[in-house]
Design a protein around this ligand. Structure first.
Ligand code: CO
Length: 493
């Protein structure tokens, strides 16, 4: 654990007001060439980084109750061979965004916490939650989508980010209204070909998982569905060459309160600290068998990776000791991060012979948004990149990027505390790189002192080099969620 700067526990690594301003709405849509660039952009970094996140924290001045309810705003940084970088951001024209912007007020109930004005009576029996299209993007078979896990994806023009419409996905595989996860997995086979593995989850008294696999041209390869007893909150999935893995966290939903409109759906989730987490293993091969094992209670949103060796499965994931739920009677702007559980890296060892699953804590530090070399998905790997808190001993906003070398145990930390706040680090492999860490990390940084955002490029081999380039925007981008690097370049006039 060398190279870490650890503040004393009595001092915060950030200023609350500066941090919370990073959630302010960004109602404007921009398209421009970046001219405020510090440092040097690597010459062979060419392609587009697409990202998605909630762009609005209010509708017509009425605040939303939770950032996850904000309308999806997709943005793109395109790196051209001549060294120029183009930026654009655009709201996804969902039915809800268009209607609410026209009306200038909240018209929809949102899935996490935002209710329509008028109390529970106005929300009673309204489970037609607004599809906010704000969680992730997917670029596959030359097509781009904005993803949100509780409904259908929205297809976008990758060159202009214009919304082409709510979509039933490749081969119109989804039934009308059928949701599609915001966390598809791209896994490379032994033949070097990538496969897209994605899923749909419909949940209630019981849950149905439907898994789809597509080749790189968008042709359906596999489709199979499975029924699980009970409510399931499955935000993400881990995939190996043989198995799809889901953790069914021990949560239930108070469906009556939700349907009667007393609280938002996200606030009706109840964590059960004495019930096990169910570990669901679904074969990717012809028989598509399902096996369910159990492990200690906890809550997982995101998996870093999974791999198999001699009948054993290993899963690396960010685990919380319980579901990090906001109080329903407290404004979002008033939250104190130190009062909530922090995500921590765990390694789960699944022994299929003894049907046991054991969890090992890998690092104390609070973290989220794991990322690694795309080619290592489903295989043993050496380097993991995470957004992490600056302080090691409590939950705090993400202000640092951490690289872990599982082979040597070495950690590198690059921190932008006290005024900076970071998002998910996206690893981009160097075109002719050989080592697993030969490439760059692209990181969105919000500067709370300047109320501006920048994209920072780090050398993934050595975070201690600091930013090798900073691409300064002329405005801020609210804290985003997930993104994807692609070789796509728009044909800009
Ligand atoms: Co996610």
């Amino acid at each position: 654990m060398q190279n870490l700067v650890v503040p004393t526990s009595s001092q915060k690594s950030y200023n609350r007001e500066e941090w919370i301003k990073g959630y302010n709405s960004q109602p404007n849509e921009y398209t421009y060439w970046l001219d405020d660039i510090e440092g040097e952009i690597p010459a062979n970094l060419q392609g587009t980084l697409f990202r998605n996140g909630p762009g609005l924290m209010d509708v017509g001045g009425s605040p939303l109750a939770h950032p996850f309810d904000g309308d999806g705003m997709v943005f793109a940084f395109s790196f051209f061979p001549n060294g120029k970088v183009h930026f654009q951001n655009r709201f996804v024209r969902t039915e809800g965004y268009v209607a609410e912007q026209k009306a200038g007020k909240i018209l929809y109930r949102s899935a996490f916490a935002t209710q329509k004005p008028g109390g529970w009576l106005a929300n009673c029996f309204d489970t037609n939650f607004k599809n906010v299209a704000n969680t992730n993007v997917l670029f596959w078979a030359e097509k781009l989508w904005a993803l949100w896990e509780a409904s259908q994806p929205h297809r976008l023009d990758p060159a202009t980010l214009e919304t082409l419409g709510c979509d039933r996905f490749l081969e119109s595989i989804l039934q009308p209204g059928q949701p599609l996860t915001a966390h598809p997995t791209i896994i490379k086979g032994d033949d070097g070909e990538e496969t897209l593995v994605t899923y749909s989850i419909k949940t209630g008294l019981s849950s149905k998982i439907e898994i789809f696999e597509f080749d790189r041209r968008g042709k359906l390869l596999k489709q199979h569905s499975h029924i699980l007893p009970g409510f399931a909150f499955l935000h993400d999935m881990a995939v190996t060459p043989n198995t799809c893995i889901f953790f069914q966290n021990p949560v239930t939903i108070d469906g009556l309160s939700m349907r009667l409109g007393f609280k938002g759906a996200g606030q009706c989730i109840k964590f059960h600290p004495h019930r096990p987490t169910q570990v669901i293993l679904i074969s990717r091969h012809d028989d598509f068998t399902m096996e369910v094992l159990e492990t200690d209670p906890g809550f997982v949103f995101h998996y870093a990776n999974a791999w198999e060796e001699d009948g054993q499965i290993w899963v690396d994931a960010v685990r919380y000791s319980s579901f990090p739920q906001l109080d329903s009677d407290r404004e979002f702007g008033q939250v104190d991060p130190s009062q909530y559980p922090r995500g921590q890296m765990y390694r789960f060892h699944i022994d299929r012979a003894s049907k046991t699953v054991r969890a090992h804590l890998l690092d104390d530090r609070g973290c989220e948004f794991p990322h690694l070399h795309r080619d290592r998905c489903g295989r043993s790997y050496r380097y993991l990149y995470l957004a992490a808190s600056h302080a090691i001993d409590e939950n705090a906003p993400l202000q640092a990027i951490m690289k872990t070398d599982w082979q040597t145990g070495e950690r590198q930390l690059w921190s932008v505390a006290p005024t900076g706040f970071v998002g998910e680090p996206v690893f981009v492999p160097a075109p002719d790189g050989e080592a697993e860490d030969d490439g760059w990390l692209l990181v969105m940084v919000y500067d709370g002192a300047k109320h501006r955002s920048q994209l920072v490029i780090l050398d993934a081999r050595d975070l201690h080099r600091g930013a090798i380039a900073k691409l300064n925007l002329t405005h801020h981008i609210p804290y985003d969620l997930h993104g994807m690097w692609t070789p796509f370049l728009p044909n800009l006039k």
